[in-house]
Design a protein around this ligand. Structure first.
Ligand code: GLA
Length: 713
């Protein structure tokens, strides 16, 4: 059995700030994943390996068992194994793999292992890029003469044993990305998502760190599984105190069978390590998204949207919609999107999904006149689809009832009165593609809002389980559409934020974070999301003054500044807005246009305050550190009558900054005898001073926001 030996080959993956050391004996083991080391010559690494040899206590197996990248039952790993499977009659269920080959190319290591007896090959692909993002995936290949059934196949990353706190995410419709902290001393944490889409409830990610980690301090390891289906993520504290993180797609019974020479690859696990807390961890994720996932796909400034949904719902009248477009353009909107309700028979949410033909009753002249009108006004045009879905009350279902994703002979509960289409059915797949392609080929459509409003029950193709294949076919559909229409942008929406993950972002350009446009709720939702995503992919709309989901009323100041830290838009009826309201919308639209290039390229920080539950702050700094934009959001009543200090990270310690108020609550100076004088002083402040000594915070009413510019002189 394997033990660490002084002669163990050791491989090093080096990022800009982080480093991973992997020893290879019979198995490969991550023995270090932390900050970048300065001395990593061969000699130093060998010394380190000797220093890491573990004692062997009484009362356990007689040899040391590494957790390894591929923990195996047959090797005496008593935790969750990375692979579970078998051949017919229950054979070959406990393979023991031996590393046969390791290849390294700069930032990437490929480790191959083999079990001669069961004729399986296991390849681990592990990369650490210059943005300090670790990507790891596994591929299993069946070299045997008969089928191998896989029930589980996971990515496993051993992490440091001081990782004793977890930040995980929970949520629901209209309340996505809520944060939960828990301790990780014994046992562990596990989350499972069986809802068939990425889900509002179990965002596939978590962050572990040392005790009390925060925005600007502590060691943190952020982990995200890029997968839009069912998943399991766990972090275990072994009985000996070692920690291990594992993330996998969940396979339904009988779903994965590898025929001879077939292979299976796991979704990719993305990780970001920082020794300086959460903001630095997020900046690495953000940079990775910008440079490696989006690449140059967001080549133009993120246009300001107007989406019709909360303005008119299903009440479509082309003249009225044209008037909405006219008003939108006059306020400075750059992309106009017609939401649900435009296609055959769709008057409410009980029917017609699947019938992707223009409703001639509502649009007797078709969509072309509106699209031309929108384009003449200088805006892009977008259209809503929910391609994977079908209502039983639809012509499509009446013609092809067998296209339902279901197990024959059973009823299943509907979600929003609808069902899912089996994307593995080639005719169904082609029909959906043809319909989307038709619209994109015959109409000047620049943007699709791609929705998915129900969870999946009974994902079956020909009655066999097909949860993962349904997800893979969804990616294939997106891929086919992107290939044919590379200039069309796509938003991923699933009843708000039900399908937000890195894999879907490879095929799309923006996420609809939530159906909740109440800025107070949005502050929490967007903050949770910001751990993993930069503002330019977060769809953030200003809704009407009274929120349609919470029925709370908010000032324009709070609504505007909350939507500003994302890809901004409006979600309302501009025809009904008063002149005063339109003027204010115009003002926030201009503000967004002025600041979007900084917001969408700069480094983002989440600010920390002493009164952290009442106050929340966002900041973005330019790469040259010459300019920053900060929003200070008072969420609830301040705990104390003074709000403490504002400490500003990320500025240049040798530069002096002039502070200007960009936007403020209307009553800022009316609710106190005096606000801090620096606010109005035009005084210069030194970057180091701002970070370490800070500024006194103003006193603000709940649900209001202050926007400040810091400009270096
Ligand atoms: C979902 C979306 C909304 C809207 C409706 C239309 O709920 O999240 O934004 O598009 O569907 O039915």
């Amino acid at each position: 059995m394997t033990t660490l030996q002084s002669s163990s080959p050791i491989y090093s993956l080096i990022g800009t700030r982080s480093q991973i050391l992997i020893t290879v004996n019979d198995v490969a083991d991550i023995v270090y994943y932390g900050s970048r080391l300065s001395n990593t010559d061969d000699n130093a690494l060998q010394q380190m390996v000797i220093g890491l040899e573990r004692p062997i206590p009484f009362g356990r197996l007689d040899s040391d068992i590494p957790i390894s990248i591929n923990p195996q039952l047959g090797r005496g790993n008593f935790g969750s194994p990375a692979l579970e499977g078998f051949r017919n009659s229950g054979l070959d269920w406990s393979p023991v793999f031996i590393v046969t080959n390791v290849t390294q190319e700069d930032h990437r290591l490929v480790i191959e292992s083999h079990d001669q007896q069961v004729q399986l090959n296991w390849q681990t692909d592990i990369k650490l890029d210059s943005n300090d993002i670790l990507q790891i995936s596994q591929t299993l290949m069946n070299h045997g003469n008969n089928d191998y059934h896989v029930t589980r196949y996971a990515n496993t990353v051993p992490i440091a044993d001081n990782a004793n706190e977890i930040l995980s995410f929970y949520g629901r419709w209209i309340k996505e990305f809520q944060q939960h902290r828990s301790m990780l001393n014994h046992g562990g944490y596990i989350q499972e998502n069986r809802r068939g889409r990425t889900s509002h409830e179990h965002y596939p990610a978590l962050i572990v760190g040392d005790h009390g980690f925060g925005e600007d301090h502590g060691q943190v390891w952020g982990a995200h599984l890029a997968w839009s289906g069912n998943h399991r993520i766990r972090v275990d504290v072994k009985a000996d105190g070692r920690r291990v993180l594992q993330a996998e797609a969940l396979y339904l019974p009988g779903e994965i069978t590898l025929q001879p020479q077939q292979s299976l690859t796991t979704p990719t696990l993305y990780m970001s390590y920082s020794q300086h807390g959460l903001s630095a961890m997020s900046q690495q994720f953000h940079q990775h998204i910008r440079t490696s996932i989006l690449k140059d796909r967001l080549h133009k400034p993120r246009p300001i949207h107007l989406n019709t949904w909360e303005g008119i719902y299903f009440d479509h009248n082309p003249e009225y919609i044209s008037a909405m477009a006219t008003e939108a353009a006059a306020m400075g909107v750059e992309r106009f999107i017609i939401d649900d309700g435009w296609f055959c028979g769709r008057n409410d949410d009980t029917s017609s999904l699947g019938d992707w033909f223009i409703d001639k009753m509502k649009y007797p002249n078709g969509l072309t006149p509106i699209i031309e009108h929108v384009h003449q006004l200088g805006m892009e045009f977008g259209l809503w689809f929910e391609p994977e879905m079908i209502n039983k009350d639809s012509d499509l279902y009446r013609q092809y009832p067998e296209w339902l994703l279901a197990v024959d002979g059973y009823e299943q509960p509907t979600g929003r009165h609808q069902y899912t289409i089996d994307l593995q059915n080639p005719a169904a797949f082609e029909y959906i593609f043809e319909r989307l392609d038709h619209f994109l080929s015959h109409y000047a459509i620049d943007y699709i809002k791609w929705d998915m409003n129900r969870e999946i029950v009974q994902p079956a193709h020909n009655n066999r389980s097909a949860g993962c294949k349904q997800v893979a076919q969804y990616y294939a559909l997106l891929h086919k559409l992107n290939t044919k229409h590379p200039n069309v942008e796509i938003e991923s929406c699933a009843a708000g934020g039900g399908r937000i993950d890195y894999e879907v972002l490879k095929h799309t350009h923006r996420f609809w974070c939530s159906d909740n446009n109440d800025p107070l709720e949005r502050q929490a939702i967007q903050r949770g999301m910001s751990y993993f995503y930069p503002p330019e992919v977060m769809g953030t709309h200003i809704g009407s003054h009274t929120s349609h989901t919470t029925h709370r009323t908010h000032s324009m100041n709070f609504r505007g500044n909350t939507a500003l830290f994302g890809h901004m838009g409006l979600e309302l009826d501009p025809v009904k807005a008063s002149n005063d309201e339109k003027q204010v919308f115009r003002y926030y639209i201009q503000l967004y246009k002025k600041w979007r290039s900084l917001l969408h390229t700069g480094k983002n920080y989440r600010l920390s305050f002493n009164d952290n539950t009442a106050l929340q702050g966002n900041m973005v700094v330019s790469s040259s550190q010459s300019q920053a934009l900060i929003s200070i959001n008072q969420l609830t009543m301040p705990t104390y009558c003074l709000s403490g200090r504002l400490y500003i990270p990320g500025l240049h310690s040798n530069k002096n900054y002039r502070i200007t108020i960009i936007d403020q609550p209307e009553n800022l100076n009316k609710i106190v005898n005096r606000q801090p004088p620096w606010l109005a002083s035009q005084q210069l402040f030194n970057g180091e001073w701002l970070q370490t000594v800070g500024l006194t915070l103003p006193i603000m009413d709940p649900e209001s926001s202050l926007l400040l510019q810091f400009k270096a002189l």
